[in-house]
Design a protein around this ligand. Structure first.
Ligand SMILES: [Zn+2]
Length: 149
């Protein structure tokens, strides 16, 4: 069943905020930390899906549609791996993750310029005086679930 027809509003799935921000810039050093980060996100996803199941009583989840911000410091393969293990024994076991990427975007606190942010640390391209504050692309969010009744 496509989620568009699901009786529960997708908007009620809360954004999953990164519990902390691991440094994206040093992958070697933070690899283990990053895997733990993905594991805690995967556990939050499973909790959220189980709450949706309690509300709606579907039997199984086939596809989890995720929006993944480019600045969310989430490594997709690590997330998939973590989700596979976190979902064992739940209605989401065996579900696939369908990822849609959201580009990073920031706003300058000085001059208000909005600009693309390829990384979390970018200076304002207009005034060069302030680091941009990220306003998009920092979250991971469950958008839709394809479920089996
Ligand atoms: Zn500026």
């Amino acid at each position: 069943m496509p989620c568009m027809n699901a009786p529960w509003p997708c908007a009620s799935l809360n954004p999953i905020q990164s519990p902390r921000k691991p440094a994206c810039s040093s992958p070697a050093k933070t690899q283990k930390l990053a895997a733990m980060h993905e594991l805690s996100l995967a556990e939050s996803m499973v909790q959220l899906i189980e709450q949706a199941q309690q509300r709606e009583g579907f039997r199984r989840v086939q596809v989890v549609h995720l929006e993944l911000g480019k600045l969310a410091c989430v490594e997709p393969r690590a997330l998939e791996f973590a989700f596979t293990s976190a979902s064992i024994g739940t209605c989401a076991e065996g579900a696939t993750l369908a990822l849609r990427y959201v580009p990073g975007e920031g706003i300058c606190p000085g001059c208000g310029t909005r600009a693309a942010m390829p990384t979390l640390y970018e200076y304002c391209p207009a005034c060069q005086a302030h680091p941009l504050t990220a306003v998009a692309g920092t979250q991971m969010q469950v958008r839709d679930l394809d479920v089996v009744d």
